[in-house]
Design a protein around this ligand. Structure first.
Ligand SMILES: [Zn+2]
Length: 822
């Protein structure tokens, strides 16, 4: 929604200030007072999380922690800035964190937090952190429910390597614990760099739990403390905190998430450092449904009361957002505070047991038209030798080893993998993999687009901006369903071609999904955009990245569009709630009639004919400015394969090839070159067999008998000559038959219906070699170093027809023709 965008912009401006003011008292509405009454009845307090008070206490005692927190936030911000793709569809490898649950306290606590409660809670954590919680998102887009790529297991081995069920029971006489960390003295933490420590105890009547932020140190007090009455799912777990969300919330703090309302005591100035959570005044305690607004967010979809970092009843809590997810992921990245959790961590594996390896994927680099470099890092072998590792890639998401694979050694550690044979101007998806006896594990997906065919050498003399203002207008999909924005290009002429289009977006939010950049004819009603002449989709994450880098978003149409006159160029946005992108270059421009058009949800196009009705409230000028170039496709050498040699005689053979890609240029020559040395070139002996792509056959003549040749198909275009794979073959020989040899070796019966026998006579101990060819010269039997008098070959599975049996002895060779007749 346009006005929402303005509000968002305004919010970005005012939310620069950070407040850690503590919420002092909850101002209770009558409804909340009723809730209190209800809760008292049910022996449950209003949700109270002690984390921010605990943080304040820590920082008061040790002021250096304040700087530590600010440094921490700077690292997080920078990491997110450099890893924008994780805000969208790019996922990191799933990290599974070993958990130890210390159940500490009297028999009451022990009898309540039984093993089944613990197991329930781990299941809830895995559901919530995987984005699988099924509670309602009300009016919010479903893509705001992120999979954090984190999972949890009850530890299977202790830090000392011995077995455990991940539950550490310590019976004490302490009836009530508090935020003073006594519970962590009664049950000391397991190595916090490898385990998530959860202490379950009695926290009295006003506290559901508390956590330690990672900025305070990954130390013996790092972890969460949960009131036993709100831990797990069944038993007498206290409503309204009976569905395990307290632990999800507190671990969120451990993962550097702040309360969604920004802990600003009800003002709209605090922040949770997330751009995709609406500004919110204060904590929610009620079981809201549908759109709920407050003083800081007054319009739909309202405040995100279902976020795990709010205080809502468990039945209401539903999601972490993509921004919250990426804050969490920054912790587990190299240099992050919890990176150690991902390194050789066997806490989830029983002693002596093994698991699949852990591997991450290296971002692509050295990207050319047809090659790129990636690789990975096998950070843990899972306790078993890594027998294969490398990368797999494809033009579709989440490639596996059934796609194209580049093997890159064995074992743990980093490796580099070179991708070759790629297609220019194409997007690829890459994942590292590592295999041991337990299976194959994959790293995070990375993506890149090969160069070529885009803007290199763009012909700026053909920019179709002549006579147009270099101004743009706001563009975004929104709750009133605008589908597309397009700009009219009056100066384009018949016969002109368009293949590359650049659009400057200046703002992007809601970066999930794809937009489509299109060229339309002007043949629609009243001169509006008509037929789509060409288009290409682009991910909103790409647009978002371009916005952040202040660069133009370029697309390359798969084939050039030839215009018949004026046209439209513009963007179709996904139909998701919320603003998605803005094209806006200059807010001071004057109106120009019939330049900018927008398509409403009914599919009809309307011109912008009055800047005053621009519902953004911006006196925006009316025209986007795609930069359009003539095709500048970079030509690469062709791609081809060589076919195997057939019909081999003493002096001739048949070969050929298949030109599978012309590299973007016309193939002007093709054929096969050959020689007696490896890697023959077209400058030597060669055939010429036409032009263009596809298969061709080549007849090689003038060969020498009984000689081994090497051959390669070739194809030439303006970029040069490319060669196919090398094949090899040996010409036959009948010229050195020795008198007597023919009598010494008997081949029978002829014709035969099944078995053919060769009696080698005196050559039976002479390491004779036998080759059998069919009538087309295809080798069907090779039998070397024979050391028996009679050898038998069964032709039952061969076709009827003539076969040549070639026997090579130290005294010479014979070839005999036999007929198979079944
Ligand atoms: Zn909290």
């Amino acid at each position: 929604m346009r006005k929402i965008l303005l509000l968002l912009l305004a919010w970005f401006v005012v939310s620069g200030g950070i407040s850690y003011a503590q919420r002092t008292a909850v101002k209770l509405t009558p409804q909340k007072q009723n809730k209190v009454a209800q809760d008292i009845t049910q022996n449950a307090p209003l949700r109270k999380c002690g984390t921010m008070e605990y943080l304040a206490k820590q920082e008061a005692e040790n002021p250096s922690l304040i700087q530590s927190r600010l440094d921490f936030e700077e690292f997080t911000e920078n990491w997110i800035k450099n890893n924008q793709e994780y805000l969208n569809n790019e996922n990191k490898a799933v990290v599974t964190i070993p958990v130890v649950v210390h159940v500490v306290g009297t028999a009451t606590v022990q009898n309540f937090a039984i093993d089944a409660r613990v197991t329930e809670q781990i299941t809830i954590l895995n559901t919530d952190y995987a984005g699988q919680n099924t509670h309602s998102m009300a009016s919010f887009a479903t893509n705001l429910k992120a999979n954090t790529e984190l999972q949890f297991c009850l530890a299977q081995r202790k830090p000392d390597g011995t077995a455990t069920n991940g539950i550490n029971r310590v019976t004490t006489t302490t009836s009530t614990y508090s935020t003073n960390n006594l519970v962590k003295t009664h049950a000391p933490a397991w190595d916090p760099t490898k385990y998530m420590n959860i202490w379950v105890c009695n926290l009295g009547t006003s506290l559901c739990g508390y956590a330690q932020f990672p900025s305070s140190g990954i130390n013996s007090t790092y972890g969460v403390v949960i009131h036993y009455n709100y831990f797990g799912l069944t038993g007498s777990t206290g409503y309204p905190y009976n569905l395990g969300a307290t632990t999800t919330h507190e671990i969120g703090h451990c993962f550097n998430l702040y309360h969604i309302w920004g802990d600003d005591g009800g003002s709209c100035s605090g922040t949770d450092y997330c751009t995709d959570t609406p500004n919110q005044a204060d904590a929610n305690y009620d079981q809201w449904t549908g759109v709920h607004t407050d003083a800081c967010t007054t319009t739909s979809p309202g405040i995100m009361y279902m976020n795990f970092m709010d205080y809502s009843p468990d039945i209401t809590m539903s999601n972490f957002t993509p921004n919250q997810k990426v804050r969490i992921q920054a912790l587990f990245a190299s240099g992050g505070a919890l990176y150690s959790m991902t390194q050789n961590n066997l806490g989830c594996v029983p002693p002596g047991g093994t698991s699949v390896p852990t591997v991450t994927t290296t971002a692509a680099s050295a990207i050319t038209n047809t090659t790129a470099t990636s690789g990975g890092n096998v950070t843990a072998d899972g306790g078993a030798t890594v027998t294969a590792r490398g990368i797999c890639f494809a033009t579709t998401q989440n490639p596996t080893t059934s796609n194209t694979v580049v093997n890159s050694g064995t074992g743990t550690g980093t490796f580099t993998s070179n991708l070759t044979g790629l297609t220019l101007a194409t997007t690829y998806y890459v994942r590292a993999f590592a295999t041991n006896t337990n299976g194959t594990a994959y790293g995070n997906q990375v993506t890149f687009t090969t160069t070529g065919g885009t803007t290199t050498g763009c012909d700026t003399t053909n920019l179709m901006t002549s006579g147009l203002p270099w101004y743009s207008f706001a563009c975004g999909n929104n709750s009133y369903g605008d589908l597309a924005k397009a700009n009219y290009y009056a100066s384009s002429t018949s016969g002109q071609t368009i293949q590359d289009i650049g659009v400057d977006f200046i703002y992007a939010v809601g970066t999930t999904g794809t937009a489509t950049i299109s060229v339309w004819s002007n043949a629609g009603a009243n001169g509006s955009p008509g037929t789509v002449l060409g288009s290409k989709t682009v991910t909103l994450s790409t647009i978002s990245t371009d916005v952040n880098n202040a660069t133009t978003t370029w697309i390359h149409l798969s084939s050039p569009v030839t215009l018949s006159g004026p046209c439209y160029v513009g963007v179709t946005l996904p139909t998701v709630a919320g603003d998605t992108a803005v094209i806006l270059a200059d807010t001071s421009a004057t109106f120009s009639y019939n330049v900018a058009w927008e398509q409403w949800d009914g599919g009809l196009w309307y011109t912008f004919n009055d800047p005053n009705v621009d519902s953004w409230g911006i006196a925006a000028a009316l025209g986007i400015y795609p930069i359009i170039c003539d095709p500048t496709t970079t030509v690469t050498v062709p791609t081809l394969t060589t076919s195997a040699a057939t019909t081999i005689t003493n002096t001739t053979a048949t070969c050929g090839g298949n030109v599978t890609s012309d590299g973007g240029g016309t193939v002007t020559a093709r054929g096969v070159c050959w020689g007696t040395s490896t890697n023959p070139l077209v400058t030597g002996l060669h055939t010429t067999n036409g032009t263009g792509t596809g298969t061709f056959t080549s007849n090689l003549t003038g060969l020498t008998t009984n000689t081994t040749y090497f051959a390669r198909a070739y194809a030439t275009n303006s970029a040069g000559t490319a060669y196919g794979n090398q094949i090899t073959f040996t010409t036959t020989s009948v010229g050195i038959d020795v008198t007597g040899l023919d009598q010494a070796i008997k081949i029978y019966p002829n014709p035969s219906s099944s078995n053919v026998y060769i009696n080698l006579g005196k050559y039976s101990i002479e390491n004779v070699n036998v080759y059998v060819y069919d009538a087309l010269g295809k080798e069907i039997i090779v039998d070397k170093k024979i050391n028996s008098e009679i050898v038998t070959y069964n032709f039952t599975n061969q076709s009827n027809g003539l076969y040549f049996i070639y026997v090579s002895t130290p005294d010479g060779n014979i070839v005999k023709k036999i007929s198979i007749n079944k």
